[in-house]
Design a protein around this ligand. Structure first.
Ligand code: AR6
Length: 175
């Protein structure tokens, strides 16, 4: 089985154990994928999020999924793009790593990610895709508890960026 896949779609419909939310540091909802997840999960998600006291960029926190098909939501605020010299790459890497670590710690087997930071936060998608693919595939190579990670891209251009990044990664050392 291919343990990493890239698809076009709407993450709120994913039937994975967890979906990842490209949140903001308040964790109290917003636009983009965050808004879609909160709308689909219902008011109880916001209530649980209020008890978490926010989240630093690059960190991750987990809640239940409520009305979603996914049992859990992993919330991670990504970096806001400010030109690339303000630690944006490292913060984005941390988002993926900490989300995967949290999934593993909670015994989850399947996780779906959106393209963190490449919407409202304006992180260039080709650069973000390389970081995401490298972190996810390296994690899967070292860890056997996670069975499947899916990148769910909302549009064709985003999907293409992730597929190109994956092809480049496979060219290096993915088996
Ligand atoms: N399923 C999958 N991907 C989606 C969906 C969806 N339903 N909806 C949007 N995307 P963004 P960010 C894609 O802006 O850049 C919020 O207000 C979207 O096309 O959601 O990390 C938060 O509260 C893009 O490719 O997240 C924060 O304030 C990707 O998801 C801020 O936006 C990320 O776009 C976070 O900005």
């Amino acid at each position: 089985m291919q343990r990493f896949s890239i698809v076009k779609g709407d993450i709120v419909k994913a039937k994975t154990d967890a979906i990842v939310n490209a949140a903001n540091t308040s964790l109290l909802g917003g636009g983009g994928v965050d808004g879609a997840i909160h709308r689909a999960a219902g008011e109880e998600l916001l209530e649980e999020c209020k008890s978490l006291n926010g989240c630093e960029r690059g960190e991750a926190k987990i809640t239940k999924g409520y009305n979603l098909k996914a049992n859990y939501v992993i919330h991670t605020p990504g970096p806001i793009w400010r030109g690339g010299k303000w630690g944006e790459d490292e913060l984005l890497k941390n988002c993926y790593e900490n989300s995967l670590r949290l999934a593993k710690e909670n015994g989850l087997k399947t996780v779906a990610f959106p393209s963190i930071s490449t919407g409202v936060y304006c992180f260039p998608v080709e650069r973000a895709a390389k970081i995401a693919v490298n972190v996810i595939c390296s994690f899967l190579q070292l860890d056997t508890s996670l069975e499947k990670v899916i990148m769910i891209c909302f549009d064709e251009d985003t999907k293409e960026a992730y597929i190109n990044a994956f092809e480049e990664y496979k060219g290096k050392d993915f088996v």
